[in-house]
Write a protein that binds this ligand. Structure first.
Ligand code: ASP
Ligand code: MG
Length: 466
């Protein structure tokens, strides 16, 4: 929601710096061969001077497992071994592994030390330092792969520029400081080399490592693009852009060449993979166009997300977000009273919970929770402490096993017949919650998780294949 309002405060002319920031996700840097493909993408576009990488696929999950309380030494050793084996497989394929091997070994022994330290003190700073090591490895490797292909590339410690607060696990970036630091420390390097840096990672003013929340690398790329006033951000993943829906659910789904920031802002899931709009917020603020494509098949093209687009259809896509939690709050105090919602939202804010959908009646509020960028610690959103705090002023009911389906497009709230068409298709399904009217760009419904696939297929057939 903040994404839409932020559009009003932006400049009117897009950047023309000639700079592209490219981000490669975990599957794109999963192993040596994957990295090779990504290196070719970078070399093919001389505008790409900043590369942001995730940890190799699976590594962050293993690091999260390593930070869990109560691991035996055997369990910890086994996890470190798995992480090492992913790294050594990449190392083995480098032509000149020498100096890189030493760096990777240092990182691996740092992981072992940090894991030991965690057994003595459960410090959030240590956890973040540990979680950041996956990106430390992948950035060192990726720069080496680029150099082996003849590019002048250097791994750069993002903590020099990506300043955040000290909220470990989900740190808040400090936009102005990031811009100053990036201009001073990163910009001058770009004329002569491609800089490869870590997604997901930052540092507070004391230099302690922080993380931006799970899946935070897209956010890192957008933040650096904003700081460096880039022309474009490319998000390279394992799907060829955004589809009219997830092709695994509806085989006739087709790729979308271009969609607007506003549609993107309302789009909870992009094609088969989640790219939450909040993660590209910094790019939207600066009207930096964002590309999403597959590093496995760059020739297939992808989707451009832009401020202005050439067409604005009523139906653009149907998106699905699984694993939704519905929080139903009931209180008679709400009746003709003031401040109940304010209190509820203040509580949620204190627990760093962001609300997705909301409907209200006179004595109930139902809301779904936004899990994107949830804390890196791997804990659930609804902590005991939160539920207890909420229970003090209302009756709380939690429902799981729900899925969010969004019909996305343009002028949805002002076009006659949209609801009739959608609900006709949904005749045989129970719709648990409906949100429509706030945005011209979407109509959201909450359905039983088990029925979600059928709902998506039915809607896609009717709205896009008819
Ligand atoms: N490696 C981090 C994660 O798995 C960040 C990212 O991939 O975007 O959450
Ligand atoms: Mg990832």
């Amino acid at each position: 929601m903040s994404l839409v309002s932020s559009l009003q405060t932006t400049s009117t002319v897009p950047n023309q710096s000639g700079l592209t920031v490219a981000k490669f996700g975990g599957t794109s840097v999963a192993d040596f061969d994957a990295m090779q493909r990504c290196a070719d993408i970078i070399i093919a576009n001389p505008q790409t001077r900043v590369v942001v990488v995730s940890a190799s696929s699976g590594v962050t999950n293993q690091l999260v497992a390593l930070t869990q309380e109560g691991n035996s030494s055997e369990q910890s050793k086994a996890l470190i071994k798995q992480i090492a084996s992913i790294q050594y497989q990449i190392l083995d394929k480098l032509q000149n592994p020498g100096e890189i091997a030493a760096k990777i070994d240092r990182i691996l022994s740092h992981i072992a030390t940090l894991s030991e330290r965690l057994k003595l003190t459960r410090s959030k700073a240590v956890i973040d330092e540990l979680l950041s090591q996956g990106e430390a490895c992948s950035s060192v490797f990726f720069a080496a792969v680029l150099r082996e292909k003849g590019a002048c590339a250097t791994a750069f410690d993002v903590r020099q520029v990506l300043r955040t607060d000290s909220h470990h696990g989900k740190a808040e970036p400090q936009i102005e400081t990031i811009a100053e630091l990036a201009q001073a420390q990163l910009q001058p390097l770009l004329a002569s080399q491609v800089i490869v840096t870590q997604g997901f990672v930052g540092a507070d003013s004391e230099g302690n490592t922080t993380t931006l929340g799970r899946g935070g690398s897209d956010y890192s790329a957008a933040l650096l693009a904003e700081a460096l006033k880039a022309d474009a951000v490319e998000i390279w993943t394992d799907v060829a852009g955004i589809y009219t829906t997830d092709p695994r659910l509806a085989p006739n789904a087709s790729p979308i060449a271009e969609i607007s920031f506003n549609e993107a802002a309302e789009m909870a899931t992009f094609g088969a993979k989640v790219l939450h709009p909040a993660t590209i917020l910094p790019a939207v603020r600066q009207k930096i166009q964002v590309f999403v494509g597959s590093s496995w098949a760059p020739e297939q093209g992808g989707t451009w997300i832009r401020h202005k687009v050439s067409s604005e259809p009523v139906y653009r896509a149907v998106a699905l977000r699984r694993d939704q939690t519905l929080l139903n709050l009931h209180s008679l105090q709400m009746l003709h009273a003031q401040g109940f919602l304010a209190e509820t939202f203040a509580t949620l804010a204190r627990h760093k919970i962001s609300v997705d959908l909301i409907t209200t009646s006179e004595v109930n509020v139902a809301l779904t929770l936004d899990k994107t960028g949830s804390d890196s610690s791997g804990q659930g959103l609804l902590s005991e402490a939160l539920l207890q705090e909420l229970s003090q002023h209302c009756r709380v009911r939690v429902e799981d096993g729900l899925a969010l389906v969004a019909v996305i497009g343009n002028n949805i709230a002002s076009t006659a017949g949209v609801c009739r068409r959608v609900f006709e298709v949904l005749e045989s399904y129970n719709v648990r919650m409906i949100c429509q009217g706030a945005s011209p760009h979407n109509l959201c419904i909450l359905v039983d998780e088990a029925e979600a696939g059928n709902v998506i297929r039915a809607l896609h057939e009717n709205l896009f294949e008819a």
